[in-house]
Ligand binder design. Sequence first.
Ligand code: UD1
Length: 340
Amino acid sequence: MRVLVTGGAGYIGSHTVLSLLSAGHDVVVADSYANSKPSVVGRLEDLSGRAVPAHAIDLTDAAATDRLFATEQLDAVIHFAALKAVGESVVKPLEYYRNNLDSTFSLAAAMQNHGVTRFVFSSSATVYGEKAPVPYREEYEHLSATSPYGQSKVMIERVLADVAQVTDGWKVALLRYFNPVGAHESGQLGEDPQGVPNNLMPYLAQVAVGRRDHLTVFGDDYPTADGTCERDYIHVMDLAEGHVAALEHLDVMSEPVRPFNLGTGSGTSVLELLRSFERAVGRELPYVVGPRRAGDLPAFWADATRARKELGWAATRTLDEMCADTWRWQSQNPQGFPDA
Ligand code: UD1
C-alpha cells in the first residue's frame, strides 16, 4: 500500500515509516516540523535505502491537505501528527483541541473527497481515564481523560467512529498506546524532545548523557510493590510493527472502527526502569525522590489479548532492550537530531 504517514518525522511516526518500508509498503511523509526536524527524513532514507517523499504541511490547513491527496495516490493514512505534551495542554487547551481536532477533520474530509478508506489513528491509553479497571480492556466504554491532550484523543476516536459508520468502505483502527520508549537498534533514530523532557525515559537518558543533573522520581508512596508508579512500557519498534499489523488487518476487520491496545501486558515501576537503564549505561545514575506529580495514576497496563488474537501482533522486546536501545541512540546523538 502507499501510506500517508502524518507526523512521520516524529518519534513514533519515524519508526513506523521504517517498519512500513521493511514490510514492502510505500510511504509519503507529511509533517509540519513543529516538534520534529527535517533531518529525520534523511536518516530514514539512509536506514531504508529508499527515497522517502516528504511534504512540509500543517494539516489544520484543509485546502493544503486536500491538495496533498490530489498529488499523491494514497491507499491509507496513519495519523500521528498532533500536539502531545500533557502539561502544556492544560495551559493551552484551545490550541490543543484546535490543532488535534482540525488536523483530523482535514484528513477525514480529504479521504472522503479522494476515496481513501483506510485509517490508523494514534490514540492513547490515557482515554481510559481514572476509573477504568486495570488491566485496561478495549471493551471499557466510559472513556474520559484528565487533560485536554487526552480528551482530544477521546473526541477524535468518537469523530472517527461516527464518520466510519456512514462512509462506505471506511475501516479505522484506533491504536491505544501505553508508554512508548526505546529507539531503533541502529542508534540513528530515537526520541528527541524539544526543551525539558516531560516523560521518564527521555529525561533519564538526558541525565545519563550529562544534559540533566539528576532524575526526580515523582513519589514513592504509591500503593505499589516499591511505592513508585507502574506503567506498561513498550518498545517503539514493537509499536511500529503493531501499526503495520493494524494496517494490514483493516480490509478483513469485522467492524468499521475498532480500538486495539498496544502494550506488553505488564507493568514496570519507575525504580525498575531506572535499574534497567543503569544496567544499559553500566553505572549508577543520580536520582532524588520528590513529591507526586499531579494527575499521575498509581499503576496501569494493557490487556493485550485483542491485538494478539485479531492482529496477530504481540510485543516481544524486553525492558533491558528498551533501555539499551535508548542509550545507544542518546549516547550517539547527545543533542538529538541535527538541525539541518
Ligand atoms: C504520559 C501521558 C500519556 C502519554 C505518555 C507518553 C497522561 C496521564 N500521561 O504518560 O498520555 O501517552 O506520557 O509516553 O496523559 N516520572 C518520574 N520522573 C520524571 C518523569 C516521570 O518519576 O521525571 C514517572 C511518572 O510519575 C510516571 C512514570 O514516570 O509514574 C511515567 O511517566 P511519563 O513517562 O511521563 O508517562 P505517563 O505519565 O505514564
